[in-house]
Design a protein around this ligand. Structure first.
Ligand code: NAD
Length: 699
């Protein structure tokens, strides 16, 4: 797992390589092994090594962090703080060596791996496409507790450090070098040589002074922290303890000695370890990483994909497929649409090159695999052909028939429909067994979720191919039943419909949006409706009207808005007015269109509760009906597909925390006051009575 060798040049090399896992994860055993090897170097008889290089035996990752499973089994605040102290002590051994140390990084370097690198005198990184550096602890509701919060500001300055700590985002090689996070960039082949050269140049063992170091004492310090806190309040509404704790910790420890700083770090880490936010985010982390449900069939290896439709979705799917190495043949009936799609593909890759997160040669290779057409030429070679044309059952059936004429019988036909039944799309197909739903979300590059929908006829190989393709494109795959709205739109619909109810009762657009944001949604429902497009939502709601019955008692409210020429952001008119791509003020004319000219203040708590419980209840209905397989999938789908607040862990996790019995009672009260749409799902009443929960409870 951890090997140490001493070369004839006098340089020691520690190589980390977990033989049982493709990623280097720091388990307690790995840390123990590292600690022992570091002690061996300290206790070595004879002259000390000239220097030490710490590297990885993996071809695409350095070290990705601490073992989160082990972390989540820690019992209390004191134990979290103690764990932090122990790690600080082990990593501190690296910093204490009297000789220079180099972290030679090829591939992902995150969390504990980054903290090891920070304890080295130098960091040499490669230009490998997988090389990124990050301290993503904030995404788990934590902060770096193994020296990271203290060493990072000392290396790159407070401002840049806060940005990394608060967002957890990946830093790509060019930027890492520029900001002083890395000292040199090499190729994977020259990494060790470059690291050796740094040591042999006789560099001193002392840490380099970072470019922003002066801020530690400078007069701008107070301003930097005030601004960081303001930004955190703006993006999280103060709902997340971790970012606030990060700002406080860095502020408190700026300028104090390292030892004192580390004591504070361990204390803050301990406090965050026991927050509900950390538990919820850890639950989601496992939901995502456990999302490797094996499907029985044999997946086809996809070299080429045909995409019918080059609109918003078709072009987004093309970009994502190209980026995962797939050849894309795109068809549309309109040359204008194809030209726009082709432009978007070029813009996408040239943007990445400009931002220095992709090599020109890689971008050229991706672009070389893209071509477009107005006929089906080339579609015979696609292992998967996907349609993202208009949302119309007749058009989709026609496309299936056309595709079947040109495709070999073994190839898969996928539909990106958002509201039509896959069974209905496949109804007239010669081979319904190879037809499947692959529901991507917009914008395709950003949205992490893919719903994969089978009809009763879909065979196992088709399912396996779609799942493997989705994962290859970097998506979290949710298997859902072929029922109206699938899962994501299904749980969103009652929430959006409650939005209309609140507006009709007199609530203001801004108030409803503020209520959802106060809960932790990134944007409010009215703004969301504008983003997705009112025409699209209209189709989704229409497909669900009969199905949801009294839970969707709206009389064509969306239609009244689209009839008025409001499509949302895309044509500058929706709930809000848009100009120059910016969201402006809410448009008061909406109230008249909804037949609710009178404004009335609805208590904030009530608005928030009605929106939230409409969604919770629908999630319970969906699980009860087998739309999703388990509550974990439901949580993942809601967070990654609906924007449900991650710090709440998903609707099922939330209901467990609130107490399912209490949720059912609250829904009962809401039903009495506002109508039967709030009647609790049977499962909630039953679980409430039996005292069971969706997830096993931690102690
Ligand atoms: P869009 O209107 O932007 O694009 C549709 C494209 O399909 C147009 O360029 C059109 O010319 C083309 N087209 C129509 N008939 C065709 C045919 N016979 N052959 C080839 N091309 C044809 O629509 P969109 O927003 O990209 O949606 C496409 C599909 O994806 C729809 O089924 C929609 O429900 C679904 N979807 C949309 C979203 C979204 O947020 N927009 C999200 C998920 C799924």
């Amino acid at each position: 797992m951890v090997e140490v060798t001493l070369g004839s040049d006098g340089i020691a090399v520690i190589s980390v390589n977990d033989p049982d896992h493709p990623l280097n994860i720091l388990s307690a055993a790995a840390i123990e092994a590292l600690s022992e090897k570091l002690d061996d170097l300290t206790d070595m008889v004879g002259p000390p090594p000239l220097g030490l290089i710490i590297t990885s035996g993996k071809s695409d990752n350095f070290i990705v962090g601490i073992d989160i499973k082990e972390l989540s089994s820690i019992e209390n605040e004191a134990a979290y703080a103690e764990g932090s102290r122990n790690l600080q002590a082990v990593f501190g051994k690296i910093a204490a060596f009297p000789f220079p140390t180099v972290a030679a990084i090829n591939g992902t370097c995150m969390g504990g791996g980054m903290e090891i690198a920070l304890n080295c005198t130098f960091r040499v990184i490669t230009d490998h496409p997988n090389t990124t550096l990050a301290l993503p602890e904030v995404k788990l509701g934590l902060l770096p507790g193994a020296t990271g919060s203290q060493l990072l500001p000392r290396l790159i300055g407070i401002q840049a450090a806060l940005e990394m700590l608060l967002t957890g985002k990946k830093i790509y090689p060019a930027r890492a070098l520029k900001m002083g996070l890395a000292d040199e960039i090499a190729t994977p082949a020259t990494l060790m040589e470059a690291s050796r050269a740094l040591i042999l140049k006789g560099q001193s063992g002392r840490r380099r002074k970072g470019p922003g170091q002066w801020l530690l004492d400078g007069p701008l310090r107070a301003l930097v922290f005030a601004r960081a806190k303001k930004q955190v309040m703006k993006t999280t509404g103060g709902l997340h303890p971790a970012p606030l704790a990060i700002v406080e910790l860095v502020k408190k420890t700026a300028g104090v000695g390292l030892e004192k700083g580390l004591t504070h770090e361990a204390r803050s880490f301990g406090a965050l370890g026991v927050t509900a936010e950390h538990q919820a985010l850890t639950h989601l982390f496992f939901a995502g990483s456990g999302n490797r449900a094996q499907v029985a069939g044999e997946p086809a290896v996809v070299h080429q994909m045909g995409i019918v439709g080059a609109g918003l979705m078709g072009s987004g799917i093309a970009r994502a497929a190209l980026e995962s190495g797939i050849t894309v043949r795109q068809k549309d009936i309109s040359w204008e649409a194809l030209a726009r799609a082709s432009q978007s593909v070029h813009r996408h890759f040239s943007g990445k090159v400009r931002k220095k997160i992709m090599h020109q040669r890689e971008a050229t290779a991706h672009l070389g695999r893209y071509s477009s057409t107005t006929d089906y030429s080339g579609f015979a070679h696609g292992q998967v052909n996907l349609e993202a044309a208009f949302e119309d059952i007749e058009i989709k059936r026609q496309l299936v028939a056309e595709l079947e004429m040109v495709m070999p019988d073994s190839a898969v036909i996928a539909s990106n429909t958002s509201s039509l039944s896959i069974e209905a799309i496949a109804a007239e197909a010669r081979h319904p067994e190879r037809i499947i739903g692959m529901h991507f979300f917009s914008p395709v590059e950003k949205m992490p979720l893919l719903e994969v929908i089978t009809s009763p006829a879909t065979n196992a190989d088709t399912l396996a191919t779609a799942v493997a393709l989705g994962r290859r494109m970097g998506k979290t795959v949710l298997l859902v039943k072929d029922s109206p709205g699938f899962y994501v739109n299904r749980v969103l619909t009652p929430y959006l419909s409650e939005t209309f109810k609140l507006l009709q009762e007199g609530a203001a657009i801004e108030q409803v949006d503020a209520a959802a944001r106060a809960l932790g949604f990134p944007i409010g429902p009215c703004a969301l409706l504008d983003e997705v497009g009112l025409d699209i939502i209209g189709k989704v709601m229409e497909s669900m009207t009969t199905f949801l019955g009294e839970r969707l008692e709206l009389d064509n409210v969306v239609g009244r808005l689209t009839d008025d020429g409001r499509l949302g952001r895309k044509n500058g008119r929706g709930f809000y007015n848009y100009s120059g791509g910016r969201r402006g003020a809410a448009d008061e004319a909406i109230y008249t269109l909804l037949g609710a000219a009178q404004r009335k203040k609805i208590p904030h708590e009530e608005a928030l509760q009605r929106l939230h419980y409409a969604l919770l209840n629908e999630a319970a209905h969906a699980l009860e009906e087998g739309v999703i397989d388990d509550p974990t999938s439901g949580d993942m789908g809601a967070v990654y597909g609906c924007g449900y607040p991650p710090h709440l862990g998903g609707p099922f996790w939330t209901m467990d925390q609130l107490g399912i019995g209490e949720v059912a009672e609250t829904l009962g009260r809401l039903a009495q006051r506002h109508g039967p749409r709030f009647t609790p799902a049977h499962a909630l009443t039953a679980l409430g009575q039996s005292g069971e929960t969706y997830f096993p409870q931690k102690r």
